[in-house]
Design a protein around this ligand. Structure first.
Ligand code: ADP
Length: 535
């Protein structure tokens, strides 16, 4: 290089200090001989020595003053190295400071040193960059590891929390199922007794009115339990649709007839305006019926006897069925309208105190409609201006296959002999009474063993069996008896879970009634079986 302190590595520090003193310089360009290569190489610390062009200039000036150096030299940055090379080619010489036994004016050809310095510069730069990069990379790697560790930890915690939540949820489901069963079981005999007494002509009218009130309230209680159970099942994706081609008009007529038949309160007139030409849908008859019931019941509930409820259908397009339930009732305030499909949301609290309910019906209906690929929305011009609920579903062609029959209305029965399997004494006694009152011959079995013995020993037209029995279950009873020609069955259970329905169908039951079964529903199921038989 241009100016160098050539010294032995062993005494470099001392020599450099001495030279610096001698040159009056605080900084020096230090080169040391590399024995292996036989050339001079920048000593460690070299870059700092040359870090400042101004100082470099001053240093060279001082060298000139002291006659160590003569000539014009650029600060050897990456750019100036080029010009310095030119300078060397012009025959410039290098003043070398010598330490120890060397002579100070020994000159070295600059052309030998420049490439080394340039390489050293580049080397140091690369080393620095590399070091920095390594440091950054190390830091990044450390941070990445920390991040990955904490992510892993968070993921594990989340997994654990999720597993716990799932366990808790499953426990809650089981608890709800058992609770609802326990809550429903005692309602069953009450409902049965009340339904029977309500229509008993031997009782005074005012007592019958009270009993009717008891029946309505017990029914309401049962409906609340059903809704709660439904909501948890829907939320957990446990509801499975048993889809078939069903005629929506038949379901609407049936729902309307049943709601109109409720003698308990003065009701608005329900008008049917079923003008859709395509009205078959691919759906779960029971679930679609549940939506119709909810909508029509609400319309009736929120409309005075002087008002009117219209159930209308049409086809807004060839592939769609629209069902509108329009009432002239209390209406819905605009700020309440967006919320009524939320679970536990009710409209005006004052109004709802009068009408009761938990605010679950519409949330359940909406979820069921969505499961069927349909839409449900509400419209109202405001309080006091009535409300409309509009339900749209895709239609299907009415195929040659049998339609899901709508639950039949009451009528005479051709099912004479019934085997009733029920271990709950009060429920059994009441059901026997109800069935006998309708002209059936009833044989009561309290256990699975008794039921199978009776069933195989005698001829029955119908088996009505509770699913939970002390020595087994109703499925086993039905499976044992279904080989008897012509035996049909109705399963009774308090659980009402989807799996029960599927299992009871598999065991051979035609109907699955959830307790508390009221007399009307039981009669309807019997009638439906009777009608199917006649056909
Ligand atoms: P609830 O069983 O409490 O009636 P729903 O989910 O069926 O619950 O209804 C939620 C709320 O929507 C009701 O409390 C009521 O405020 C409002 N609502 C539903 N149907 C009607 C209607 N036909 N007219 C006026 N308000 C209605």
């Amino acid at each position: 290089m241009l100016v160098a302190a050539l010294t032995q590595p062993a005494n470099r520090r001392t020599a450099v200090r001495a030279l610096a003193e001698h040159a009056g310089a605080e900084e020096l360009l230090i080169l040391i001989p590399d024995r292996e290569l036989g050339v001079l190489l920048p000593a460690p610390g070299f870059q700092q020595t040359l870090s400042d062009p101004k100082r470099w200039r001053q240093f060279l000036d001082r060298c000139v003053e002291k006659m160590f150096y003569q000539g014009e030299l650029s600060f050897p940055t990456a750019e100036t190295i080029m010009s310095a090379t030119g300078f060397a080619a012009d025959g410039g010489s290098v003043v070398v400071f010598l330490g120890g036994e060397h002579r100070m004016d020994e000159a070295i050809d600059i052309s030998l040193l420049l490439p080394i310095v340039a390489a050293a510069f580049e080397g140091e730069r690369l080393a620095a960059v590399h070091e920095a990069k390594t440091a950054v990379a190390k830091q990044t790697a450390t941070q990445a590891k920390l991040l990955a560790d904490s992510l892993d930890k968070a993921r594990n915690e989340l997994r654990q929390t999720l597993a716990e939540a799932r366990r808790a949820n499953a426990a809650k489901d089981r608890f709800l199922a058992v609770l609802s069963h326990e809550l429903r079981t005692p309602l069953n005999p009450v409902l049965l007794a009340a339904s029977a007494m309500e229509t008993d002509p031997n009782l005074p009218a005012e007592i019958r009115a009270d009993i009717s009130m008891i029946r309505r309230n017990v029914e309401l209680e049962a409906k609340l339990i059903d809704d709660l159970l439904d909501l948890t099942r829907i939320a957990n994706g446990k509801v499975q649709l048993q889809r078939k081609v069903v005629d929506a008009h038949e379901l609407l007529r049936e729902a309307t007839t049943v709601i109109q038949a409720d003698p308990s309160s003065a009701q608005p007139e329900i008008r049917l305006d079923l003008v859709a030409t395509s009205h078959c849908i691919d759906g779960d008859a029971a679930r679609i019926q549940q939506v119709f019931w909810n909508l029509i019941r609400n319309a009736v509930k929120f409309t005075s006897a002087e008002g009117c409820v219209t159930v209308r259908t049409n086809n807004p397009s060839s592939d769609k069925l629209r069902i509108e339930v329009i009432d002239s009732g209390i209406g819905i305030a605009p700020e309440v309208l967006p919320k009524i499909f939320n679970a536990f949301e009710q409209g005006d609290p004052e109004i709802n105190q009068t009408f009761g309910g938990l605010g679950l019906g519409l949330a359940i209906s909406n979820a069921l409609v969505e499961m069927h690929g349909g839409t449900l929305r509400a419209e109202s011009a405001g309080l006091g201006k009535g409300a409309s609920f509009i339900f749209e579903l895709p239609v299907v062609e009415r195929g040659a296959e049998a339609l899901e029959p709508a639950p039949a209305l009451l009528g005479a029965s051709n099912l004479r002999r019934i085997l009733l399997v029920e271990d709950h004494a009060t429920t059994a006694a009441l059901m026997v009474r109800l069935l006998r009152k309708r002209g059936h011959e009833v044989v009561l079995a309290h256990t699975k063993a008794e039921a199978i013995a009776f069933g195989l020993g005698q001829k029955f037209d119908l088996v009505i069996s509770d699913l939970g029995l002390p020595d087994g279950n109703g499925y086993e009873v039905m499976e044992a008896l279904r080989s008897n020609p012509g035996v049909v069955g109705i399963a009774l259970t308090g659980y009402g879970m989807e799996a029960d329905v599927a299992s009871s169908v598999k065991a051979g039951f035609q109907f699955h009634l959830t307790k508390p079964v009221d007399a009307q529903k039981l009669y309807q199921a019997i009638e439906q079986i009777a009608t199917a038989r006649r056909a």
